[in-house]
Design a binder for this molecule. Structure first.
Ligand code: GRF
Length: 202
């Protein structure tokens, strides 16, 4: 019998609250997988700290520290070593290099704190997203999970959940409300992928 657990890698650049939610979902048996490593382009990302505190390999890999193709080769080495079944971007601020996209076709997902294709694209991260939603006067925002391609927030949408934000009086209130949904929904979607109830294909 093959009892190898489904393996996910989490890429994060910042505070890592979605990483923490995934870790919590695993420990509460709502999510049946293991995190084989956490990678960040930012050595100071709290996500790396969370990984270390949970005995998960924490890898800092930044393009800035490499010449030309060496960054991609190092990333390939990491992937070869840990062999994740799925790469989960959770607040990862960098584009994934094309050669990695080719190797990991239909294996990389991202979460976005709004209803794409609206309020997405380059520069639409963190509070910028929620400010844009607020300024547009939206009454409904939400959470999107999508496949990752060579452009910011443009891969095929695999899951979306609408959230009523008509009670929110500021971008900060929208951010707080949406983040709670992200923490619930990202582990849920990952489990659906593991169970093949969501099939990743372009
Ligand atoms: C989340 O809002 C996610 O949707 C976006 O970046 C944020 C990351 O937050 N892609 P955290 O680092 O998981 O707390």
């Amino acid at each position: 019998m093959n009892d190898r657990k489904f393996r996910i890698a989490v890429f994060a650049s910042g505070r890592g609250s979605n990483l923490q939610a995934i870790i919590d979902a695993i420990s509460h048996k709502k999510l049946n997988c293991e995190i084989c490593f956490v990678l960040s382009n930012n050595s100071k990302a709290f996500a790396l700290e969370i990984a270390r505190n949970n005995n998960i390999p924490a890898i800092h890999l930044s393009e800035k520290n490499f010449h030309k193709d060496n960054f991609v080769n190092s990333l390939i080495d990491v992937l070869d070593q840990y062999m994740p079944d799925l790469i989960v971007l959770a607040g990862y601020m960098k584009l994934i290099p094309e050669s990695i996209l080719k190797i990991c076709r239909n294996k990389i997902i991202n979460i976005h704190p709004a209803l794409l294709p609206k309020h997405g694209g380059q520069g639409m991260y963190g509070m910028n997203v929620h400010r844009s939603v607020f300024q547009a006067g939206e009454k409904i925002s939400g959470v999107t999970v999508h496949l990752v391609n060579e452009k910011y927030d443009e891969g095929k949408i695999i899951f979306q959940k609408e959230v009523d934000i008509s009670d929110c009086k500021s971008p900060e209130e929208i951010a707080e409300k949406i983040l709670k949904y992200e923490h619930e929904l990202y582990p849920y979607v990952i489990q659906k992928i593991i169970d093949k109830e969501i099939i990743l294909s372009e």
